[in-house]
Design a protein around this ligand. Structure first.
Ligand SMILES: *Cc1c(COP(=O)(O)O)cnc(C)c1O
Length: 436
């Protein structure tokens, strides 16, 4: 498979180069030259396949000969070595629980796949700038950092530098990205997530830095993080009982990488009734769908902070999937903006009525799905429960007036000391840090 840059000013590259670079030299996102169709029997008889086989068959055309089949099979097996259950909440609403991985959020899937691919490529040819060391540079609004840190922890030849907005991630999230140490370095930035993302973008655009260091990104723009997110849409289909009536799929969305992977899976043959992008107060995409006007904004802080994104970086990929035709896109995608009040009410009501506890992001998804289903009676749907409620216990506990039980994995890290470097939101400071 070849990948082109969405800015169309850089040469096409294979999977390996696209993974290593993260972003094309013209700063565009990489995009596959064609969308492979999955075999019909993988859809019709999906229950017959193991999760690993499904994942392997979905990703193999994208990887091509960049990774040998047996190695790729190992990588996908390690990527999804935890449960991804589809749990009924009501007659019409199911939760796809994506929080059973090591950092309790869906980003574990992309981060584990990417770290293992990169590890494979670094071993293959260590002769690059930076004395054979890769620096993975990433900005996080919360969950990326922990997933990336965990995915890359102790991977030989890789140093990870994570920028996060000070005071704007939950205490569990902060612990997950600041307590590992070793090859994992956390930078606490006095600014917003968009500031962090800007600093990272500047580093990738800095040719002086590029010549001295071997930098790559692990943000959701990286194809090796974006593409494996298709896996769990297929795993949801495997567990979906009413095959004659495909589900509506509702995805709590920030940078729109997750939902974009779902739409890619759909264009490859996965049956989906409709997609719903659930947003918090950061409503750039819902506004675009209703007005036809794309107006990026400054991010505003909400209770679902991993979706506090005013300029979603993956949205250009969604437009490309539909050849920039808004009309075609709207046949497949709807989007709602959900307030913090509605988020809290939903969390409380779903817990009280159905004894199902969502996290704030899942609650945004639940609310948006419910809106869609109200307008389309008879349909049934799935919302993606993107994180474990305990990651946001500071929001969840006052709403339900109860303690959220703490999984053992979290309990362990809460007592470990935070290791981070505080920094202003200034690119020069980041550059100096990277060079030393
Ligand atoms: C990152 C994240 C999202 C948003 O996913 P995108 O791919 O950026 O749209 C939603 N929920 C949680 C818990 C997240 O960590």
């Amino acid at each position: 498979m070849q990948y082109y840059s969405l800015n169309k000013q850089s040469p096409v590259v294979g999977f390996k180069e696209a993974t290593i670079r993260g972003q094309a030299p013209d700063k565009g996102l990489y995009f596959p030259e064609r969308i492979p169709a999955v075999d019909r029997d993988l859809i019709d008889d999906i229950e017959k396949y193991s999760n690993e086989e499904i994942a392997f068959r979905v990703i193999q055309p994208y990887v091509g000969d960049a990774i040998p089949a047996n190695e790729l099979l190992r990588i996908v097996a390690e990527t999804i070595n935890f449960d991804i259950p589809l749990v009924p909440v009501t007659d019409a609403i199911y939760s796809l629980e994506l929080f059973h991985g090591p950092t309790l959020a869906f980003k574990d899937v992309g981060a584990r796949f990417m770290s293992r691919c990169l590890g494979h490529f670094v071993q293959e040819d260590p002769a690059r700038p930076g004395n054979g060391k890769v620096i993975v540079l990433v900005a996080t609004s919360g969950d990326t950092g922990g997933a990336v840190a965990n995915g890359f922890y102790n991977v030989d030849g890789v140093e990870v530098v994570i920028l996060y907005p000070s005071g704007k991630v939950s205490s569990v999230q902060e612990k997950q990205l600041t307590t590992l140490g070793n090859n994992i370095h956390a930078l606490e930035i006095d600014g917003s997530f968009d500031d962090c993302q800007d600093m990272v973008k500047k580093a990738f655009a800095d040719s002086d830095l590029q010549q001295r260091l071997f930098l790559t990104s692990a943000n959701s723009i990286n194809v090796a993080r974006w593409l494996p997110q298709q896996f769990y849409y297929f795993l949801a289909w495997k567990q979906w009982k009413e095959k004659q009536q495909p589900p509506v799929i509702c995805v709590p969305s920030g940078n729109f990488g997750n939902i974009c992977a779902g739409m890619l899976a759909h264009l490859s043959g996965l049956p989906v009734q409709h997609f719903v992008a659930a947003c918090n107060a950061n409503n750039t995409v819902p506004e675009f769908l209703s007005t036809g006007h794309y107006q990026p904004k400054k991010a505003v802080a909400t209770l679902s902070n991993a979706m506090d994104v005013g300029h979603p970086s993956n949205f250009v990929r969604i437009l490309e999937l539909f050849h920039q035709q808004l009309g075609d896109l709207k046949k497949v995608l709807a989007s709602y903006s959900v307030t913090d009040e509605q988020t809290k009410d939903t969390l409380r009501e779903v817990y009280n009525n159905y004894k199902y506890l969502t996290d704030p992001h899942g609650a945004v998804g639940y609310y948006a799905l419910q809106q869609w289903l109200k307008a389309h009676p008879g349909q049934k749907g799935i919302f993606l429960e993107t994180a474990h409620p305990v990651k946001f216990y500071d929001v969840v506990e006052p709403v339900i007036n109860e303690k959220v039980p703490v999984p053992a994995a979290v309990e362990q890290i809460m007592d470990l000391p935070k290791q981070s470097t505080r920094m202003n939101a200034e690119y020069e400071q980041l550059k100096q840090y990277l060079l030393k």
